[in-house]
Each structure stands twice: as C-alpha cells, then as structure tokens.
Design a protein around this ligand. Structure first.
Ligand SMILES: [Zn+2]
Length: 862
C-alpha cells in the first residue's frame, strides 16, 4: 500500500479483532485446508449500503481430516450454507463462521462450500453514494483487503499464507462499470432484475487481501504495453485531470519489466481512482486502487506528481503480489521493494541525483527518529496495521535501504539476477526474509548473514561520530571513528566496511575502512593534504554520520557538480554557521545549484540562520523557475517576523499564478497579525480553486492567526461553500472552527453547528465533526457524543465519539484555557489591592468553570 502523499504511501488503521490487548508473538495462522478457488457473486445495494452474495470456496483437505472448518466472517448475516461434503451444523459468532461436517473429511479430499450471506460492512467495502454526500454521477463502491478487512464483506481465510484463484461476478445497474482482478470473463443482462452481471477471473493464484472490487460510474484512458492493456479510471467528474496522473505509467511499466527481469505477471494493468480512499494507493493484483487526491491540475506545475504512487503500486505487482510475505512480520519484503524500485525508477527517468536524493531523505527520516530499538522483522506488533503505521518507517524506508545496500554491494547485474531467482522460485507463493537472503547468496556466492543479522534481525543502525586531522609532516590523514549508538537490547555494535573518498587536485583516492569497534583510528598516507574528505561518498551505507570537515572542505564539496550528496551535506553544515561567507555560499547554492534539492536545502539553511544577511539572501534570490524552490523560498521568508518579509510575501502573491504556492504564501501571512494579511486570508477563504486548495490554505492560516473574531466568518463560509471543499478540506475547516472557538465563553453557536454536522451524510465530515467537538471543549456536547459512542462496534464514528468524550471529561475546558485563568489569577494577586473586585470576579469564573464535584454547577445541556 502507499500512504497519502507526504504522509505514508499505502495503509490505514484496522482493528485486529480480539487481540488488541494480546501482546504475544505474532505468526501466520494455521491452515486447515488448502483453498483452491474462491468465487464471489455479489450485488451491492447502493441505496442501503448493503451487499448480498454467495461465496463459493473450493478446497482440498491436507494431511489431517477436517471436522470443523473455520472461516473469518465479521458481522456477516449468514443465510444459507450448502456443501459438497454434507454439513451437520454451522455457527456464526459474528467474527467467524464455524462449519461442522457430518463426518470428518478425510485427508487429501476435495470439497466445495457455498455460503449465501448479506452484510452492512463498516470496513472492507465502502460506498461513495449520493446518500453519503457524493455526486450521483460519480456513485461507486471500492473495497480494501489489506490487512484484514476482506472478512467484513465476504467469508474467507483472511491471512496472507494462502494462495488461490478467484473470480467475482458483480450485479450493477446497466450504466455502471465493474472492475476486479484478472481477466474480464463476460457480461450479461439479467432479464428479471435488469441488472448487468459482470464477471472477472483471476486465474493465477493470489492471496485474500489482494481481492478487489470497484463498481460504479467511471471514465477511462487506455494504453497498450505490447499486448498488455493498461487503463486509468476516474469518477466522471474527475476525468479532466486523469491524463496528468496516468502519464508515467507506460514508461514505468517498461522500466519495471526490464529492471526486475520478470515479465509483468497479470492479465492486464488497471489503475482506478476512487473517492476518499483510506490510503494513497493499494496494489490489488492487476488493479491498483489510487486515492483520487493524487489527481492534480497542471497549474500547480511540478509541485504535484503521481509518479511516485504509480511506480510504488506497479512495483508491488511483483513484490507483494507475485510473491507475498507469509505474515506481517516480513512486510518489508513488500513495502521495502516497492519503495526501492520507486527510487530506481526516479533515477532512470529523471537522473541519478533524483534517486540519491530519495535515498538521502529516507536515510534522514530513519536516522532522525528516537526510540528506534525494534528489529525490522518484528513479531511483537499489537495489530497488523502497526507494521504500516508505527513501524512503517522500517517496512518502507529502511526496507528500501537494505535493498540499496545489497545492490550497492553486488552491483546492478548480480542484484537483478538474484531478484529474478527470488521471484521466479517463489512465484505465486509466500516469502520470508530468509528466502531473499538465500537467493542473494546462491547467485552471488557471498554471504549476507552479517548484514541481515545486524540490520534486519537486530534493531537500529550505526551512529558514527567521525573526526579528521592532517599531519602535514608525515603526510598522513587521520580519521577517528566512534560508534555512538546505545548498544543494548536488540541494538548491537556494527561490523561494516565504510567507504571514504579523498580528493586532492584532480586525484580521487578511494579507501574502505573496516569498522568493528566502539572507537577506532585509521591513518591514510596521501600525496598531499586533501581538498575534501567524504564519508560514504556514493551513499551506500545506512548510518547516522556526524562529521564536520573544515570549512574550506565544505566549500570544495559545495562546488563539486558530480556530488549531489556532498553538496546537500555541505549546505546543511553551512546552515549551522552564521558568518557572512557561509551565507554567501548558501545564497549562491540557492540561485545556481543545478539540482533543485540542493536549492531547497539552501533556502531552509538560510531560514535556519535567521540573520539579517540570511534574510537578504532569501529576499534577493531572483524568482525561482522551479515551483518547488519558489514555494520553499516563500515559506522560509514567511518565517522572518519583519515588515520586509510581509512585504515580500504580499508582492509575490501579486504575481503568483500557481494556486499551491499562493496557498503557501497565505499560510505564511498568518503569522504577521497584519490587517492587510487578514483581508487576503479572508479573500482566499472565499475563493474557488482546484480541490478548493486555496480555501484549505486559508483555513490553516486562520488556525495560525488564532483570532476568535474570525469564527463567524469561517462558520458562514463553511455553510455557504461546503460543497466546494473536499471531504478532507471540509473536515479541516470544522476542526479549525472548533480550535478558534476553544477559549470562548460562549461556544453555543459553534457547538450547535458542529452537532448539526455530526449528522452530515459524508462519513469523513461526520467523523471530523465528532473530532471537532472534542477539540471545542464544551461539555454540553457530551450528550450528543454519547449517542455516537453507542454506535456499531468497530465503526470509526464510535471511536471518534469515544475519544471526544474522553477529552471533554478529562478537561471540562481545554488545558490552555485553564492555564490562562490560573495565570490571570496569579498576576492579579500580585498586583494592587484595588483590583480585589476583579480578582473576586475571576475566582468566581474559575469556580464556575471547575466545580469541585464533576457535574456540579453545570448548566443543563441544550
Ligand atoms: Zn506499498
């Protein structure tokens, strides 16, 4: 899966029923039978948000006779079960379906069970219908299996350690499109119902969580890659921008096939954009689901792109789909590969610097974390979704880095051969980490025990503190290296080969130092004092490195056009100084560097220096052509609290056409408390733009301003323009409103408005309103929230309501309000006696707000 852009690519929060409290080790569940095929025949009821259907499971018993078969089934209403081997009885526990056969089915015998059922799923299958506030002409459903949601809409063996073929027949009104895994196998109209029945068959085995059904109104663009059909579908109202997100698909497919060395394994490749998806994307076999928020208009220039998402989900068609991790503890074999091949595609398409930049940023995000003490192959997670959220940085970025270290060691050709062996050997089957290690070792003749033990089965990474000195008499360079990671628990001392590069004149001298101790010194005879010393110059070792070369070396590094990582490091190091020369060097980098990432870093570094010189450097940097840098400079200028910064922001707003950059400037304006700025923010709030992005920016600016005088205006805008906001934007506006009103004495108008929004048809808006009531801090909302807290077990509304109630009960009033009152009382106490009356008044206010017994002195809620 992919998280939302700028957050994570691919997964969302799922409950693991029954074991949230159980912290035992996690393993793949046992299989009672070998599932051979699953055939679903389903009819979605769009109006009532229900589904009815029949699931037919063909299986073969294994070496043990089977008396009772257990299937995952979450709140399914089971109507009828028919079976090849006769059944004695069945029981529906609301979490599982237990089917008892008349006689135990002997070993190695085939059987078939058909289960007719209905469901009103809270997860797994999602409706996007007019009743929920979506456009009628865009009406559709989508499903999500990973990690364990499929059980909410059909009975199944819901774990990744089972491969089977599958088919779906879905009955929909005539004008609708049905999409699913594999090959389209037919379509017919039922004369009785008038519904269209479309059948899709996935004839190659895959796992349960990759089963997908998307049905509704869609439009498509189609392209071919040889004989392979590739389509890109969007709801009709989003179709105008479809081509922008589809455009890299063909090149990406060509690249993946060549780079991976195994042909694309499925019958077709479709991508479908759906409304309010829970993740950025999901790699169902031959049909990736994408969040419609990936769509963008060209006016945002290069600030938005679907390239990363498209590449990530496409890479999964091999890594995750053709071979699937046996259980969630090995999820890095799915997500790490998808992340790494996305970097490789960026390197292929946009140039090597882009790949290095991706790896560099991942490295910073991995090594910048605190409390990173859990091994990557981790069996102690509470629920499967933890492996995507809590430990997502490992599954995605660190997993990708492991592969990068291996590829750097083997070289691209040998790495490709090993990956091909790994995929071919395990195709349509499960993989665990050892399968990858074995393939690597067989093909290369090397051993990878140490690398896997250190980086995969143990936690963390080396933290290197390195110092350098030059002995001019002996012509010896000295490097002292300390491993500073805390060696305890699952974190060990690392043994690795660290590449070093010295540059002297036009000579480049590469050395490798073998690290194994907590502290070691290394000496290098060189012909002359080096102009630069680079640690891990090609970025091939995952480590946190603390190395501050002398300033002249930083300047040399910054001037090296072939060393993008060196330039990034130099910019960051210069950003920690505030002398004039450093500022000038940074300014030069901001204006002239050939790689946008270095220019971005230079802008950030100047912001960090926060001096008059740094400000001038930013303000005088000519208008940047690259929108990514232009936005960064503007945002960094906004962090200087001075009239000239405000003036620069206002000026740039005048000439700026890009709505995303305008939004960024609007956000920056908020910090200035300038009456003119307030006007611009109000104007943006009332404006129209693609996906209402400018108004979204204005909402976030209002939060920063935190001026209760804006409550009424915001409330009016949400009422008037609700239809223009995306679900997410609408939700942010509600939370923003609650935030602005949180310290008001009279919150009744906002409370009433939010309570009204709790009845909003759109589930995202409703959930945001429940959240907002928690944020507002008005205990009078508890009665309403309690109604939602009695909702269906496992429903998002219920958990939002419970959280909000908890917040309100814990605070009665928000913490900062309490602090403010306290402070006021203390200040008044210190001051003149003549203020006694006011003090009295304040005390009364406090007592009223915080009665000694909960509930005492509380007004009846309205
Ligand atoms: Zn993914």
């Amino acid at each position: 899966m992919a998280e939302h852009q700028h957050t994570l690519l691919c997964r969302h929060w799922t409950q693991f029923p029954g074991d949230a409290e159980n912290k035992a080790q996690r393993y793949a569940p046992p299989r009672q039978v070998d599932v051979l095929d699953l055939a679903l025949d389903v009819t979605p009821d769009f109006k009532n948000r229900r589904v009815s259907g029949t699931a037919t499971i063909t299986f073969q018993t294994m070496l043990k006779p089977v008396e009772t078969l257990r299937l995952d089934a979450y709140d399914l209403e089971i109507k009828k079960i028919t079976s090849g081997p006769k059944i004695a009885s069945w029981e529906n526990t609301d979490r599982a379906l237990l089917i008892r056969f008349e006689k135990p089915i002997p070993a190695l015998r085939k059987g078939k069970i058909s289960i007719t059922y209905e469901a009103e799923p809270v997860k797994g299958l999602y409706f996007r219908t007019p009743e929920l506030g979506y456009k009628k002409t865009d009406m559709h459903i989508w499903t999500q299996g990973e990690t364990i949601e499929a059980r909410h809409w059909f009975p199944c063996f819901d774990a990744p350690n089972e491969f089977f073929t599958s088919s779906i027949t879905c009955h929909v009104p005539k004008g609708m499109t049905v999409l699913s895994n594999g090959r389209r196998a037919g379509e017919k109209i039922d004369p009785q119902t008038g519904l269209k029945a479309v059948t899709w068959m996935q004839e190659k085995p895959h796992v349960n969580y990759l089963i997908s059904l998307v049905a509704g109104y869609f439009k498509k663009i189609t392209e071919k890659h040889g004989d392979l059909s590739m389509s890109f579908w969007t709801p009709p109202s989003e179709f105008a921008e479809a081509a922008n997100s589809f455009r890299e698909t063909k090149q990406c497919m060509e690249f993946m096939e060549k780079e991976i060395g195994v042909p694309y394994p499925w019958a077709k490749y479709d991508q479908v954009c759906v409304q309010d998806f829970n993740w950025g994307g999901m790699e169902n076999t031959s049909l990736s689901t994408l969040n419609a928020s990936t769509l963008f208009s060209l006016e945002t220039e290069n600030l938005r792109s679907s390239q990363g998402l498209v590449a990530h989900e496409l890479a999964h068609q091999w890594f995750g789909d053709l071979v699937t991790c046996k259980d969630w503890s090995h999820i890095w074999l799915n997500e790490g590969f998808a992340t790494y091949y996305t970097h490789l595609f960026a390197g292929h398409k946009d140039g090597r610097d882009h790949m290095l930049y991706g790896l560099y940023r991942d490295m910073k995000s991995i090594t910048g974390r605190s409390n990173d003490v859990v091994p990557m192959v981790n069996r102690k997670y509470d629920r499967p979704s933890d492996m995507f959220r809590k430990y997502g940085y490992m599954s995605y970025s660190k997993g990708s880095w492991i592969l990068h270290m291996i590829r750097s060691t083997l070289g691209p050709d040998l790495f490709r051969k090993a990956v091909k062996t790994y995929l071919t050997r395990h195709r349509h089957g499960n993989v665990v980490t050892e399968n990858l290690r074995t393939a690597l070792e067989e093909v290369s003749g090397r051993t990878f025990d140490r690398m896997f033990d250190q980086y995969v089965y143990h936690a963390h990474h080396p933290e290197l503190k390195i110092s350098y000195s030059w002995d001019s008499k002996a012509k010896l360079a000295k490097l002292s290296v300390k491993q500073e990671q805390k060696v305890e628990g699952d974190v060990m001392l690392f043994e690795l080969a660290l590449p070093i590069r010295f540059k002297a004149g036009d000579r480049t001298i590469d050395r490798t130092i073998p690290l194994s101790k907590a502290s070691e010194d290394f000496y290098f005879p060189l012909p002359a004092a080096p102009e630069s010393v680079r640690i891990d110059p090609d970025l091939t070792v995952l480590a946190k490195t603390d190395f501050s070369p002398p300033i002249a070396m930083l300047h040399a590094q910054l001037a090296d056009p072939k060393d993008v990582v060196g330039r990034l490091l130099a910019v960051e190091a210069l950003g920690k100084r505030n002398d004039k020369t450093s500022v000038e060097k940074l300014k030069e980098a901001l204006v002239k560097d050939t790689f946008y990432g270095v220019r971005l870093a230079a802008s950030k570094a100047l912001r960090g220096i926060d001096s008059e010189h740094a400000f001038e450097a930013l303000v005088s940097s000519p208008r940047q052509k690259d929108a990514r840098v232009r936005r960064q400079v503007l945002s960094d200028l906004g962090s200087f609290y001075k009239p000239a910064a405000l003036a620069a922001l206002k000026k740039s707003l005048q000439g700026e056409k890009n709505p995303a950059i305008r939004g960024s400037a609007i956000r920056s304006l908020a910090g200035f408390g300038d009456p003119g700025a307030a006007g611009l923010i109000r104007k943006a709030l009332a404006s129209s733009s693609y996906r209402h992005q400018l108004a979204d920016a204005a909402v976030s600016a209002l939060r920063t301003q935190d001026d209760p005088a804006e409550i009424e205006n915001l409330l009016g805008v949400i009422r008037k323009d609700a239809g223009k906001f995306t679900s997410r934007g609408h939700g942010s506006a509600l939370r923003g409103l609650a935030y602005l009103a949180r310290n008001e004495d009279d919150k009744s108008a906002v409370r009433r408005f939010l309570i009204e929004r709790c009845g909003h048809p759109n589930p995202r808006v409703k959930q945001a309103a429940l959240d907002a009531l928690g944020e507002l801090g008005d205990p009078k909302a508890i009665a309403t929230l309690e109604k939602f807290a009695r909702g269906r077990d496992g429903s998002p509304e219920r958990s939002k309501a419970e959280n909000a109630i908890e917040k309100l009960r814990a605070g009665r009033k928000p913490v900062d309000d309490f602090k403010n009152l306290r402070q006021e009382v203390n200040e008044l106490k210190k001051s003149n006696e003549s203020l006694g009356k006011e003090l009295d008044d304040l005390k009364k206010r406090m007592e009223a707000a915080y009665p000694e017994k909960p509930g005492k002195g509380k007004k009846k809620s309205d």
